[in-house]
Design a protein around this ligand. Structure first.
Ligand SMILES: [Zn+2]
Length: 460
């Protein structure tokens, strides 16, 4: 009796569930000048013990106010701390202990960003507010809106329900992630389901099929239908494999990078349920047989994987392993099951070649999420999971994936979570330990993974 009570208590205290904040207010956009002006009330803010409010470094704050309209003191405007693309603010000012995060606050700010015409920047990425002569793109990673950061648990909270009024005098179409795009110079978009707020405003057209949308592309209704039918196959694959329905409408967005891209190269990012692409002609997605090419299957396979292993697992030092390595590993299954075994082999061998020269710290010794670099998260981590599947079987792996997703809802995933999920799935402790020692904790884990993959799939 005593023991079960303790377990229950531990369970309660390990849960860090966040209520979803609500954002309401106005966004005024002068796209030709690159000016974004916002006035927002953030409410339903969860009780976070140690926090900061992140806002893009290009935004200048007019003020913070409390619910009764009184000005709030805040820190961060002088010698402020950068957190990625943003400056971190805390409410309370010069007091020795920062004020508790209120359950709601109002803030107003304005920012100006370069408008790229015929010229380019040396880089572009998801954290960049990108404006060119046709569109303005600001993903949630840019923190163009106030994003909450739980500093103690290293958790970014940027998925909000919303009620937003968008005014643009020089754009025809407005889109915010999770809502159908709308035409007009003054548009109201609301969502009772929380989403990371990707904003895409400009002079562009769109078309839809059964609630799914393709933005800023001139493809025909027939071609979009073929694309969505192929996407349906990937959705069904995941729904069956993970026994979790894929019920959301999705948005395919075409945008132009402000970095000049190599001819024929494409770049994609995912702000669930939006998939943003640059350098990809949507007409070319569907091959002559009306099906996605294997490369496209792999690409979408990875992005759709984030619908399951995405922001929900982005916590703790192994964040990138849980998100990118798992999404990439899942894409191997899409590539082989909806494509071909030979394509799977090509993909795996490609990844072994990517990691051959590098040195990598075993996951057991990772202290900081930055230690899991791109080759680690996209290639080596995914190969490790493929070795795991090859050793214990796909069925077992599916059970483990489901268990991890359940755990991620209430805790930061660790290697111990993986072990727990594996043992719960029926893998005996000894076999798990053996795998762990050789492929996870070992200083030569990379070599062991490569040997294993090459032994099974060949090399080149
Ligand atoms: Zn990814």
């Amino acid at each position: 009796m005593k023991k079960s009570k303790l377990v229950w208590l531990l369970f309660i205290f390990s849960v860090t569930l966040y209520a979803q904040p609500h954002i309401k207010g106005t966004i005024e956009i002068d796209r030709k000048l690159g000016i974004i002006k916002c006035a927002f009330t953030l409410s339903k803010i969860p009780q976070i013990e140690a926090y900061s409010i992140l806002l893009n470094k290009g935004m200048n704050i007019m003020y913070f106010k409390d619910a009764s309209g009184e000005l709030l003191q805040y820190d961060g405007f002088y010698d402020g701390k950068m957190e990625g693309e943003a400056i971190a603010y805390t409410l309370g000012g010069n007091t020795s202990s920062p004020k508790k995060l209120p359950s709601s606050f109002f803030m107003s700010y304005v920012g100006a960003f370069p408008v790229y015409g015929n010229e380019y920047n040396s880089f572009d990425f998801k954290g960049n507010i990108a404006i060119n002569e046709k569109t303005l793109r600001a993903a949630e990673q840019t923190k163009w809106y106030p994003v909450l950061y739980d500093t103690k648990n290293d958790k970014v909270i940027h998925s909000y329900t919303y009620d937003l009024q968008i005014k643009t005098k020089d754009s025809s179409t407005v889109f915010i992630n999770g809502s159908a795009p709308k035409k007009g110079s003054e548009v109201k978009l609301t969502s009772t389901k929380d989403h990371p707020l990707l904003l895409f405003v400009g002079d562009y057209e769109y078309n839809s099929y059964q609630g799914d949308y393709i933005l800023n592309s001139d493809i025909s209704k027939e071609t979009s239908m073929l694309i969505f039918k192929n996407i349906e196959k990937i959705k069904s694959y995941y729904a069956m494999r993970l026994e979790l329905d894929f019920t959301d409408h999705i948005y395919l967005m075409n945008h132009e990078s402000v970095q000049k891209r190599k001819e024929g190269s494409s770049w994609g990012f995912n702000t669930y349920p939006t998939f943003a692409f640059t350098g990809l002609d949507f007409k070319d997605l569907v091959a002559e047989n009306n099906r996605f090419s294997e490369g496209t299957l792999h690409f979408f396979g990875h992005e759709f994987g984030h619908n399951y292993f995405g922001n929900n697992v982005m916590s703790g030092p192994l964040s990138w392993f849980w998100s990118e390595s798992f999404a990439e590993y899942l894409s191997f299954g899409v590539a082989s099951d909806l494509g071909s075994e030979s394509f799977l082999k090509d993909v795996l061998i490609y990844h072994t070649n990517v990691v051959k020269e590098g040195t990598f710290t075993p996951l057991t010794k990772i202290k900081n999420k930055k230690e899991i670099g791109e080759n680690y998260r996209y290639s080596l981590g995914a190969l490790l999971l493929q070795c795991f599947e090859d050793r214990f079987g796909k069925k077992q792996m599916n059970t483990i994936l489901k268990a991890l997703l359940q755990m991620a809802a209430s805790e930061t995933l660790t290697l111990n979570s993986l072990k727990r999920a594996a043992i719960q799935s029926g893998i005996d402790k000894k076999s798990y330990e053996k795998f762990h020692t050789k492929y996870i904790a070992n200083t030569k884990f990379k070599e062991h993974i490569i040997d294993r993959i090459e032994a099974k799939y060949g090399s080149n």
